[in-house]
Design a protein around this ligand. Structure first.
Ligand SMILES: NC(=O)c1ccc[n+]([C@@H]2O[C@H](COP(=O)([O-])OP(=O)(O)OC[C@H]3O[C@@H](n4cnc5c(N)ncnc54)[C@H](OP(=O)(O)O)[C@@H]3O)[C@@H](O)[C@H]2O)c1
Length: 253
């Protein structure tokens, strides 16, 4: 299968929790003083710079729960009256995919069409949105993306077919290298599909606990005959203030 190389990059408490509590957006997480640690942002920047230098990633994938809370009432979109057939195909308008100042993609896995802000991207950084959507989303949603000139790739019936979506990112947008800063459910799903090639975890010197608090990999249980993913250590870095950055190659599943 031709797909991008995918490098996971995530910050975690020592007990593997990637958010301070369940169902919060990444902005709420970042602004909660309890998640902040001495030297934490400088270490995160070092990790980002190192991965950018090594791979020159053309985009970052994240899951919809990092941006929209589960159960949050969704913005009501104008109804779509026309023939919806043409909406259920990849939407890659030339003016959105060949912008002069384009530098990278912000790719959101949004199988249910929950991200409805109309955000196209950021001119100053040259980072623009691509939505990964499923065939299960309402035509109103696809029409809304088209009206806002937001590119999308469609795969899967009710959820994204992650393998197919990654293939499309490679074949249709020419993406060879991606980072993912996904939460646990998306990371878990990518891992189970064998789509993660490298794992970077920055452990913060904190313990969160919590029964429902998102973990590094919230994937379905291993079946009796299913092997865990095997890792090869590339590098470990310990910092005076108690952070540890572990970098692993995913060897096999
Ligand atoms: N510490 C960090 O570095 C870090 C990084 C990122 C996020 N976070 C935190 O993590 C939390 C969000 O994590 P989360 O695990 O709830 O959500 P998530 O990573 O956003 O995952 C949910 C998304 O993945 C999709 N998904 C899950 N399983 C799938 C599968 N088998 N096939 C296709 N698509 C699948 C879901 O699709 P459907 O909509 O179709 O279900 C949904 O779009 C937030 O609180 C955020 O702040 C922390």
């Amino acid at each position: 299968m031709k797909r991008p190389n995918i490098v996971l990059m995530v910050a975690s408490s020592v007990d593997g929790r990637i958010a301070i509590r369940p169902n919060i957006t990444m902005w709420e997480e970042m602004n909660d003083h309890r998640t902040q640690t001495a030297g934490g942002s400088e270490i995160w920047k070092e990790v980002e710079d190192s991965i950018t230098h090594a791979y020159k990633p053309q985009g970052d994938i994240l899951g919809s729960n990092s941006l929209v809370k589960e159960g949050e009432p969704l913005r009501i979109l104008p109804s779509f009256e026309g023939d919806s057939k043409y909406l259920y195909d990849d939407f890659l308008p030339d003016e959105a995919i060949n912008r002069k100042n384009h530098k990278s993609w912000l790719i959101v896995v949004d199988g249910k069409g929950r991200l409805r802000s109309g955000y196209q991207g950021d001119e100053s950084t040259g980072r623009y949105m691509v939505h990964l959507v499923s065939h299960g989303v309402q035509p109103e949603y696809l029409y809304f993306l088209q009206q806002n000139n937001i590119p999308y790739l469609i795969s899967g019936e009710e959820r994204i077919d992650l393998k197919l979506a990654m293939e499309k990112l490679k074949n249709k947008l020419g993406i060879d290298n991606l980072v993912t800063t996904a939460g646990g459910k998306l990371s878990g799903a990518l891992l189970r599909e064998g789509l993660i090639d490298e794992v970077n975890i920055v452990f913060k010197p904190l313990l969160y606990g919590g029964f429902k608090t998102p973990c590094l990999f919230d994937s379905p249980e291993l079946k009796d005959n299913e092997e865990p993913s095997k890792l090869q250590l590339i590098k470990s870095t310990t910092y005076k203030n108690g952070h540890v950055w572990l970098r692993y190659k995913v060897a096999s599943k």
